[in-house]
Design a protein around this ligand. Sequence first.
Ligand SMILES: Cc1cc2nc3c(=O)[nH]c(=O)nc-3n(C[C@H](O)[C@H](O)[C@H](O)COP(=O)(O)OP(=O)(O)OC[C@H]3O[C@@H](n4cnc5c(N)ncnc54)[C@H](O)[C@@H]3O)c2cc1C
Length: 332
Amino acid sequence: MKKLEDWKGIWVFVEQEEGCVAEVSFELLAAAKQLSLKRGGAEVVALLLGHGVKGISPDLLAYGAGRVLLADHPSLEKYLPLPYTRVISRLIAEGRPEIFLLPATSVGTDLAARAAIRVHTGLSAHCTQLDINSRGELMQVVPAFGGKVMATILCPKHRPQMATVRPGVYRRGEPCPTGGIIEERIVEIQPEDRRQKVIEVHWEKKPARSIEEAEVVVAGGAGIGNGEDWKWIEKLAETLQAAVGGTRPPLDEGWISEEQMIGQSGKTIRPKLYIGVGISGVIQHVVGIQDARTIIAINQDPNAAIFQSADLGAVADFRKILPLLVEELGKK
Ligand SMILES: Cc1cc2nc3c(=O)[nH]c(=O)nc-3n(C[C@H](O)[C@H](O)[C@H](O)COP(=O)(O)OP(=O)(O)OC[C@H]3O[C@@H](n4cnc5c(N)ncnc54)[C@H](O)[C@@H]3O)c2cc1C
């Protein structure tokens, strides 16, 4: 029986697609570095799976990893649950990390749940904050009951302490030259892991500007009512050179893509300016805009909850106000 003290270091799963690292992986390296400072300088390890991806390693070292653990194999070229879970759980059993962080993306959430079961530990999904308590345990903060309660979850008896963290919660750190090491591991894929294969890959069309990086975000909600009127959100965004975001209903309607949904199960954003139009302001959305510097809300209902979070508000029908705004701002 391994003692809890035998588990050391903070591991980060690096999500990559064709050698292009997802931004959230750099964010998690920054989070791991912060936790490491509170955990007596625990080693930060980037766990990199793929095929022909060794070239990514220097970037991972520069952005916070002290060591890159590399598993390179043709079967790991694209994410597939079975081989990835096998490799990850073996590496965990051998390397015994105290903390293991994964992104709360489709790949990360799928892999984290499978790996946690294999290595007999717990998992907190979609964390919005991580910290270390006085006993050195990982505090995993997750919004619960629609964001009304922030639950702090601990995993006192099992290791690793596993959490998925939402993209946009942490910021990528500054790169610094480092002398970290790259360790390659031999990968054994079992015949039963080859039951899954990728037949075809479809790339989703990316929005022109990313809501996580934009300084200005114009977001629309169910109040926009139809796809035809959604063009006013896009026009205003274009005029302000802003990114377009939205709430869940516009995603369900197909007016925005998943990349553009803001909130508890979407993205956390930190723009200088957020303009929310036809959005009621329920907590599941508002948790994603808390760090916006200025919030402007346009809603025809004076009692809409969004006004409680807003710095400026207009009680108005967007059909009247947006054309005027687009015209006036367009002149400038
Ligand atoms: C587990 C869970 C997770 C969720 N995660 C998210 C998430 O990440 N992000 C998210 O956004 N939602 C999320 N939701 C959904 C969330 O609960 C709300 O249903 C959603 O955010 C409501 O979106 P809305 O404000 O656009 O729509 P509504 O609540 O329907 O509000 C529409 C608003 O438009 C206003 N309006 C109507 N017509 C006009 C007009 N002509 N001019 C101006 N204003 C007008 C109305 O007054 C109203 O306030 C989640 C729900 C659950 C259960």
